[in-house]
Design a protein around this ligand. Structure first.
Ligand SMILES: [Zn+2]
Length: 264
């Protein structure tokens, strides 16, 4: 199943796996995000010009400021269900964020209407990428689902500070401190559903809009589902997250007329 997915997914998405990439994509940094579009890939004999151009010219970029959005809850929307079960995942410090990759035979995924899309990885941003009136949440969790044809759906959960979160602590405790390193044999049993808000996981309340990857290459065609409820971590856990990466959030992008739909 996974090899089939990999075979069909554009080479762009190998950055999600980044294990034995034939040639690694050019470097980028959060403090230079206004010029991501201008990065050149000089690793080839004939340089690839602006492989991240979409970051600059795209019209459906993510994240966005929700306060600026026109909300529409008049349209019937698909029922959204997070069908996550227990896995023995890989904890991965991907050089930009703390990430957890599901195992090759993982069967959990996101069901959107009649369609199920496999959960490939989830990762963290500090502070949040989506904002409300310019205000960030302390952190944001992104569950990345990729279909066999390469389509991507991201489920985003805003993180507030409050009660300590045991599942979150498991991630912090098992992610390598060293950039680019993976912890493949922790043996830790982990159910990603433990990171979801306490609402009906079989019928989630959400906002949805069309967007993009929030990191280069900023590819569009990503369907975003933003949960209306938040989860909490303790302030100590937030500090521990910052010890890995801080300010790994892209600034809010223009909506360019996009509406945000809601099932509430
Ligand atoms: Zn993300």
């Amino acid at each position: 199943m996974r090899s089939k997915i990999l075979g069909n997914v554009s080479a762009l998405f190998f950055s999600f796996y980044a294990i034995n990439a034939v040639s690694s994509p050019p470097h980028w940094h959060y403090d230079e995000q206004s010029t991501w579009w201008a990065v050149e890939d000089t690793s080839q004999s004939i340089p690839l010009l602006y492989p991240y151009a979409e970051c600059g010219v795209g019209k459906r970029q993510s994240p966005v400021d929700l306060a600026a959005a026109e909300f529409n809850n008049s349209k019937p929307l698909n029922r959204l269900a997070a069908l996550y079960d227990t896995d023995t995942p890989t904890f991965y410090n991907n050089g930009h964020s703390v990430q957890v990759n599901t195992s090759l035979d993982y069967s959990g995924g996101l069901r959107i209407g009649e369609e199920s899309i496999p959960l490939i990885q989830f990762h963290l941003h500090e502070p949040s990428e989506h904002v409300i009136n310019g205000q960030h949440f302390p952190a944001e969790l992104h569950f990345v689902h990729i279909n066999e044809d390469g389509r991507i759906a991201v489920l985003a959960v805003a993180i507030e500070t409050g009660n300590e979160n045991p599942a979150f602590q498991t991630i912090l405790d098992n992610t390598p401190v060293q950039e680019g390193e993976q912890n493949t044999n922790s043996g830790v049993q982990f159910n990603p559903a433990a990171l979801l808000p306490q609402q009906d996981h079989d019928n989630l309340e959400y906002f949805t809009l069309a967007g993009s990857l929030t990191t280069p290459p900023c590819s569009e065609g990503v369907q975003w589902y933003l949960l209306s409820d938040v989860i909490t971590i303790s302030t100590a856990q937030l500090e521990q997250l910052k010890s890995f990466y801080t300010n790994n959030a892209r600034v809010a992008q223009d909506l360019n007329g996009r509406a945000i739909l809601s099932n509430q």
